[in-house]
Write a new protein. Structure first.
Lengths: 664, 423
């Protein structure tokens, strides 16, 4: 009956072998091969980054300069969208119908079931009206984000701007930044990026196969919370910053004010400027495009990047060195007959000062006096020692912070220039050059170049009687006084204290009876010096440097107004109003009769020639500062620096350029 | 002997089998619960979620099992042709009025109740096959008997193929072991195995190498058995047939096997891979099972299955939940339970005095084994994707009921093995 009985074993063996094969395979997948565990985690764990809010920046009195304002991205999940009134929707968020379909197609292409931004950066006032109707548009949700806003719209170049990170930034940061992050690009935003950006938080979320959140991975064991950026208190005084920017409206130039006792920068005006709010929000792309073709280049940070011959404002420094060297005493006199004959070269003076001592030399800005002093300085121990004397003189000038970066806490500062002995060796084919050939250095013309910041710093040195603190822009970070140690070091310039008084006497005289008498502030003793940078075939640059009050000085200032005229005409009144505003918080009238309102209304922008591309390129080179031919030995150097600046501009703009392309 | 029967309906019931059955149903329910668990709907009584429904299916299946145990054991033998007839009728009917679910015309809807005739076709076929083969003077070695037996298997098979439910169609192939046990020449099994191997080889390797391989292997065997003339000739013939088959494989593959099946086979053999499309299911399934490690992630803690990365997770891919949440340990338990059940069924079959019961028992073992092996195999990429449920564990009323019929009919027959020789 039960034949083939033994075949049961064949069948049983077959079943068992097959089952063992399954178990073998299971063993391999579950116990040996690790890739599936890794894939499983990749499948379900989605890292979500919580963005910290960027640190606020305050002025020295606690007024907010930059803060974060909520804006809204309208996110869309196409799958959840139901029929709605598109016309109403478009008008609510301010787009047209065509734009709507373009965005819709883009969102669909991204994902049907995942949210993607439909319209980015909707300002709060627009959002408020949209929010009331939000329920009519299922599938659309708001996403709160933060943008930088500038309540006073001031200090654009000082604050700098932020920008989305580029691939290069991401690479350089070794993985800190990710696509879509913002990074400080210029100014304080860049210099203090590490403090401002805060710390990102990461949430490890569990998601299902459609990307819908289901909870926290390991109950949030590996989650970190976001730490907001630190509050930065800057040294800027928003009152004088604002006033300065208004006074400089429609003018090219800079204002730098520093507190001598600390080196804290009180005002940092670069003109023309722009409203920093233009570089945030929806219209950023268009605004950047417009600003970057502005021929006056608002992105050029003039206080630390423009280089000017200091002109007569250099004279107090010249006098200090001569005093220290013992070449002159305050009583030393020279006779001014309207100029100084240096070899075959005549340096004109503005007046016939007659018998001129140090005080009058400074007060009257006498070229003859300072040429004589310089000549004496260069020829001490005989004319053959000129080169040695020059090197010695140069060392002393360098100590004042000329010719090198002051290492202010802003990126892209330039050095300025103090010509070296080697430079003259080259120009004169040998070492046998004489004082007469570079006499223009005596009066701050020639190859000497300084930034407005460096000029203001000289005033700090004079105000302090011989030392300065490195100028800086940040008082404290996160409520703690943690500025860099180097900003607390006294830098001695090697001039004895006693030599300062006579020079300061002269500077007080400048404002009281001298070249800047028309800008005297009643009740405040201001010590200053005008400067007029002469240029060939163009209007002069007006320069004024000063500090006030004479006793316990609280503010040192340098003002440069390009293409305007005499130092006394423009720079001096502007400086006087800034000083008065800072010291007294009011504005009174000046002997000159120039009111702040009148100054604000004046347009001193250099005329633009033809706006052909060639002319535009030339413009970059011809930027005012550069053509310093008057009294200069050779114009080569000046042109060289001009071309160097020409390089600087594109470099400035590269950071913004890609952005512009994206929006065009 | 009848007196025993009267003492208790449950007398002589093989409790081991019943226990394994209940264990698998329970494991199934818990895993379905985990696979489709919904925090917002935690209840287990209702008709909303799969686990609520499965709970009902299990309860009704137990009722059905009890009813089967209460029936007279002669009932099955006697009514086998009737069952078979009804099933064939339903299989024809389903082609006409059936509901199409997932590309298969496999369901008959009666109100909210849906019936899958192909599930019951297995049961009916096993019964009729057992009845026919246990008949007097039926010898499988004889051509007529063989063809009739083959026809009993092939008719429902072809009807199901028309749905087209490939998985269920292939299940009937497993019944070849029943025929083998009853005396079918092993040559059929060997040929079947050779064809499967050759088919795979010709897909993976170049045809010329496969043919060369066949020649070499056949040559060696012929050289060994050259003294047995007849055997040598048979092998020679087999070799010729094999080569012919190998040559035909590309044609079969391209024209007879359908596109979606071809893609699945390609994925399985690694000939092509698209983890986003055809390969997605198996890849995600392997991730789920592989990430379970030794002890698994724990009940209701499997991320892959719960967050619906694995499709069909309460039916065809239910084993993913086992692998992910209970790990290798759980997998071994489940595989162990199945193989123990199948071996137990063979023990039951072999202890029957009636050939009907024995043949039927083998049918049950083969069907369950095929489902078990293919289903678990596909979740770990060991076999191509063939959509068939895991017996007792996968979600689904038709499936659970038909397997309950299948198994408890055997238990009933076994409990009555000392009684009348039925058929």
């Amino acid at each position: 009956m039960n034949s083939f009985f033994e075949r049961r074993y064949v069948i049983q063996t077959f079943f068992i072998v097959m089952a063992l094969a399954l178990l073998g395979r299971l063993y391999y997948i579950q116990m040996v091969d690790n890739q599936y565990s890794v894939s499983a985690k990749d499948n379900v764990v989605k890292k979500v980054i919580d963005f910290p809010s960027r640190g606020t920046i305050l002025d020295r009195r606690g007024v907010i300069l930059v803060q974060n304002e909520p804006i809204y991205d309208i996110m869309v999940v196409p799958r959840e969208v139901k029929a709605f009134d598109t016309a109403k929707f478009c008008s609510l968020i301010g787009i047209d119908k065509e734009g709507f379909y373009k965005r819709w197609v883009k969102a669909l292409a991204y994902s049907r079931s995942l949210p993607s931004p439909f319209e980015k950066q909707i300002p709060e006032r627009l959002y408020a009206s949209f929010q009331e109707h939000l329920f009519e548009f299922p599938g659309f949700t708001p996403l709160l984000r933060k943008v930088r806003t500038y309540p006073d719209s001031i200090a654009a170049q000082f604050l700098g701007y932020t920008d989305e990170v580029t691939d290069l930034d991401i690479k350089k940061s070794h993985g800190y930044y990710q696509k879509g992050d913002y990074i400080g690009r210029t100014g304080v935003e860049r210099a203090y990026e590490d403090s401002l950006r805060g710390q990102r938080g990461i949430r490890n979320l569990l998601v299902d196969s459609r990307g819908v959140t289901k909870g926290h991975y390991l109950n949030g064991l590996y989650d970190t919370s976001a730490v907001p950026g630190k509050i930065l208190q800057s040294s800027i005084d928003s009152r004088i910053q604002k006033l300065g920017e208004r006074l400089m409206a429609n003018k090219v130039g800079s204002i730098v004010a520093i507190e001598p006792s600390t080196g804290e920068i009180l005002a940092f005006v670069s003109s023309p400027t722009y409203d920093p709010n233009l570089l945030t929000g929806r219209d950023r792309g268009n605004n950047v495009a417009q600003l970057s073709v502005n021929p006056y280049d608002p992105f050029f940070i003039r206080p630390i990047q423009a280089r000017y011959p200091p002109g007569s404002s250099f004279k107090p420094l010249s006098a200090l060195i001569a005093l220290q060297e013992g070449m002159i005493t305050p009583q030393t006199t020279y006779f001014c007959a309207g100029g100084y004959q240096a070899g075959n070269h005549f340096v004109a003076c503005t007046h016939h000062h007659g018998v001129t001592d140090l005080r009058l030399g400074i007060a009257g800005s006498c070229n003859t006096y300072f040429c004589n002093v310089f000549d004496k300085l260069m020829n001490q121990n005989g004319a053959q020692n000129t080169r040695t004397n020059f090197i010695d003189w140069r060392q002393k000038v360098l100590k004042f912070g000329f010719g090198s970066k002051l290492d202010v806490d802003l990126p892209n500062e330039v050095r300025g220039n103090v010509p070296s002995a080697e430079f003259y060796d080259k120009i004169f084919n040998g070492t046998r050059w004489r004082s007469s050939t570079f006499i223009s250095d005596a009066i701050g013309q020639g190859e000497l170049l300084a930034t407005p910041l460096q000029m203001a710093n000289i005033e700090c040195i004079i105000a302090n009687h011989g030392y300065f603190y490195r100028p800086h822009l940040i008082k404290s970070i996160g409520g703690k006084d943690v500025i860099r140690q180097e900003y607390k070091i006294k830098n001695d310039v090697g001039i004895e204290q006693l030599y300062f008084e006579p020079v300061i006497d002269g500077m007080q005289e400048v404002v009281e009876h001298g070249t800047a008498a028309a800008s005297q502030i009643s009740g405040i003793v201001m010590c200053g010096k005008t400067g007029t940078v002469q240029r060939n075939n163009a209007k002069n640059h007006s320069v004024f440097v000063a500090f006030a009050p004479r006793v316990n000085p609280r503010i040192a200032i340098a003002v440069v107004v390009e293409n305007s005229g005499q130092g006394a005409d423009w720079a001096a009144p502007i400086a006087s109003y800034i000083v008065e505003k800072y010291l007294r918080d009011t504005l009174t009238s000046r002997p000159s009769g120039k009111t702040p309102q009148w100054i604000m209304q004046q347009n001193l922008l250099p005329a633009l020639k033809v706006l052909s591309p060639a002319a535009k390129a030339a413009m970059a080179k011809a930027d005012s500062v550069k053509k310093i031919k008057a009294n200069s030995v050779k114009s080569k150097k000046g042109l060289k620096s001009a071309s160097r600046k020409g390089e600087k501009i594109p470099q400035q703009l590269t950071a913004i350029q890609p952005k512009r392309n994206e929006h065009l | 002997m009848n007196t025993y029967n009267q003492r208790s309906f449950f007398y002589n019931v093989d409790w081991i089998t019943v226990f394994i059955y209940l264990a698998l149903c329970t494991i199934g329910w818990f895993n379905i619960h985990s696979a489709v668990f919904d925090e917002t709907h935690p209840g287990i009584f209702g008709m909303k979620t799969d686990y609520e429904k499965q709970f009902i299916w299990i309860l009704t299946a137990i009722v059905l099992a009890t009813i089967i145990l209460l029936l007279d054991s002669r009932f099955f033998n006697a009514l086998a042709p009737v069952f078979y007839g009804i099933t064939i009728f339903l299989l024809v009917l389903v082609l006409a009025v059936g509901r199409n679910v997932g590309g298969n015309q496999a369901w008959i809807s009666i109100g909210t109740f849906r019936l899958q005739p192909s599930e019951f076709a297995k049961y009916a076929t096993c019964l009729l096959l057992a009845r026919y083969l246990s008949g007097v003077n039926i010898k499988i070695t004889e051509a007529k008997s063989f063809f009739i037996a083959a026809a009993i298997i092939l008719v429902p098979m072809l009807l199901i193929k028309l749905q087209p439910d490939d998985g269920s169609t292939l299940v009937f192939c497993s019944l070849i072991f029943v025929l083998y046990r009853e005396g079918l020449s092993p040559i059929f099994l060997i040929l079947g195995a050779i064809f499967i191997v050759l088919f795979i080889l010709s897909l993976v390797f170049k045809q010329i190498f496969v043919i060369g391989g066949v020649l070499v292997v056949a040559g060696i065997i012929i050289a060994i058995v050259r003294r047995h003339r007849r055997l040598a000739f048979t092998i020679l013939a087999g070799m010729a047939l094999s080569i012919l088959f190998v040559v035909a494989v590309p044609f079969i593959y391209k024209h007879i096997i359908k596109e979606h099946q071809r893609v699945r086979i390609d994925e399985w053999l690694g000939l092509q891979s698209d983890l986003k499309k055809a390969g997605y299911n198996v890849h995600q399934s392997k991730i789920a099972i592989g990430s379970g490690k030794l002890w698994g992630k724990g009940y209701l803690k499997g991320t892959q299955t719960r967050f619906s990365f694995v499709p069909e997770q309460s039916t065809d891919f239910i084993f993913c939940t086992v692998g992910e949440e209970w790990g290798f340990a759980g997998s071994v338990v489940v595989v162990g339970l199945y193989i123990f059940l199948i071996l137990r069924i063979i023990v039951l079959a072999e202890r029957q005095r009636s050939p009907f019961s024995r043949i039927y028992g083998y049918g049950v073992a083969c069907v369950i084994f095929f489902h078990f092996f293919i289903n678990i195999g596909l979740t770990i990429g060991a076999v191509p994707v063939i959509g068939i449920p895991l017996p007792f564990i996968s979600y689904g009323g038709s499936s659970l009921w038909s397997f309950t019929f299948l198994l408890f009919t055997l238990v009933k027959l076994d409990s009555n093995r000392m009684g009348v020789v039925s058929g």
